[in-house]
Ligand binder design. Structure first.
Ligand code: NAD
Length: 478
């Protein structure tokens, strides 16, 4: 049973209430989640505050050792973690095994070693003075994460926060809490000192907002929807908290006729439908240069029809269940909107009812839509499911104008063998991440995040280590 992890122990929520946790592939509850509230957050903050003096003074090498112990346990139990992620989220087990859990391991490993290269700056003013910058941990920080890449994104926040000497009050999504619970068990087994990491389960409106409001939590790192991000900013900004917001996207995938066609086609299949299209970095608006539009449409539809949708536990499944009934209904309502706006469904468009164990699960066919203007709602709003639109273009400028037309600016994908064009497009496109002739290739040292309504701040590498530390300049007169 899932419990809160507070002050080094697994504990019941103060309310003693729980709510159901669903397995999307079968559409049924299989466990319960603590329905915590501000009282549990208060206990977690107290535990963090008590742990902070010792943890922040623990040498970096020792902090790294704790993280490596946690990593060793996740690796030992990788199969169990992957299965838990698959059951909780609906994603294919093979994906959880090869991407989600290994990446959670990498997050810890990366920050446990990156910290050793985190040097402070020094500025000399000729013979007048020398400045150096001290970077100290902030104190207690809050981390709130979404359901699409549960452990992957949870650890992406926790690892840099802990290694820089902060204590953490973290909340996973209430829709996918299981691997955060397994992480808590691993932390206990690894002997992580009590109170250093606290995990409080429950709803965003109760636990999440209590974390955001708490006056003793000095920084918030949040990944989730833009609407939630706005709410969080409206509370946290007047309290002058440090804020890192990783929000929604509506990413363009721009395909020029001179691309490496085979590579583009294979990768576009992934960037459209991987993880049921529930990756903030998926390219949901596909812009295709006119000379190859017809060929691309035919090949892409053909390949998409071959994707196997069904039981995520089966090794040959390409696309599992979407995360919840509400989310399935939201995605289906967008498909209806696309039809209402005059779009043509080239393939997909319906709920899938697999035979056997998953007959009551929440599945949607991979869906391709064409014939919609770039500025209609379907092409402007985030759907976050296995749904893409095809839009032809004639010139580079037109592609750019349409790509940049949404309120979002998270990621973009550009396919061309023309080097000059690739650089030109990369410079002009409005997104925090640009992939040229690839997708989801991630070097954890690089800044990660979005512009416009896709977020504020960057995570990853030194950016994360800076975010989780307070800079203090010391000026010494020579
Ligand atoms: P969400 O905003 O509904 O929830 C995210 C988290 O915030 C959950 O833990 C939730 O409980 C909590 N929350 C909800 N209301 C809150 C409140 N008022 N105060 C504090 N916390 C609150 O998002 P979601 O549906 O879980 O995730 C999908 C969204 O996340 C999509 O928009 C997707 O694009 C985005 N996302 C962005 C990135 C990125 O790196 N930019 C990565 C993954 C997902």
């Amino acid at each position: 049973m899932i419990k809160n992890y507070i002050n080094g122990e697994l504990v019941e929520p103060v309310s003693e209430k729980y709510f159901d946790n669903f397995e999307p592939a079968i559409g049924q509850a299989y466990d319960i989640v603590p329905d915590s509230d501000e009282r549990d957050v208060e206990l977690a903050v107290k535990a963090s505050e008590a742990a902070f003096p010792l943890w922040s003074n623990t040498p970096v090498v020792e902090r790294s050792k704790y993280m490596k112990k946690v990593v060793a346990l996740i690796e030992r139990d990788l199969a169990e973690f992957a299965r838990a992620e698959c059951i909780d989220n609906g994603k294919p087990l093979t994906l959880a095994k090869t991407v989600d859990i290994p990446r959670a391991v990498k997050n810890f490993e990366f920050f446990a070693s990156a910290i050793h290269g985190f040097a402070s700056e020094s500025h000399q003013m000729e013979d007048t003075a020398i400045n150096y910058t001290l970077r100290s941990p902030i104190g207690v920080v809050g981390a709130i994460s979404p359901w699409n890449l549960p452990l992957y994104l949870f650890t992406w926040k926790i690892a840099p926060a802990l290694i820089t000497g902060n204590c953490v009050v973290a909340k996973p999504s209430e829709i996918t809490p299981m691997t955060a619970h397994l992480l808590a068990e691993a932390c206990i087994e690894a002997g992580l000192p009590a109170g250093v990491l606290n995990i409080v389960h429950g709803y965003g409106g109760k636990v999440g907002s209590a974390i955001v409001k708490h006056p003793d939590i000095k920084a918030i790192t949040f990944t989730g929807g833009t609407k939630t991000g706005k709410e969080i900013a409206s509370v946290a900004a007047p309290m002058f908290k440090k804020l890192s917001l990783e929000l929604g996207g509506k990413n363009p995938n721009i395909i020029f006729a001179d691309c490496n066609y085979e590579k583009m086609l294979g990768t576009t299949l992934l960037s459209s439908f991987r993880n049921q299209g529930e990756i903030c970095l998926c390219g949901s608006r596909i812009f295709i240069e006119k000379p190859i539009y017809e060929k691309f449409r035919k090949d892409f539809v053909e390949q998409t029809k071959l994707l196997k949708v069904g039981d995520p536990l089966q090794a040959d499944t390409d696309q599992g269940a979407v995360v919840s009934k509400e989310h399935m209904e939201k995605v289906l309502s967008y498909i209806q909107l696309a039809k209402d706006e005059g779009g043509t469904i080239l393939t997909g468009g319906n709920k899938v009812v697999p035979e056997g164990r998953c007959k009551n699960g929440w599945f949607i066919e991979p869906t391709i839509i064409e014939g919609l203007p770039y500025n209609c709602r379907t092409n402007q709003e985030e759907i976050f499911g296995p749904v893409v639109t095809l839009i032809p273009f004639e010139t580079e400028d037109e592609a750019l104008r349409m790509a940049n037309s949404t309120e979002y600016g998270l990621a973009s994908i550009i396919w061309t063998e023309n080097l000059s064009r690739a650089h030109r497009m990369a410079a002009k496109i409005q997104s925090g991440i640009v992939w040229i002739n690839c997708w989801m290739v991630r070097d954890l040292r690089t800044p990660f995040g979005g512009m416009k309504s896709s977020g504020v701040g960057r995570e990853g590498g030194m950016e994360a280590l800076r975010f989780f530390t307070e800079a203090k300049n010391v000026c010494v007169r020579l």
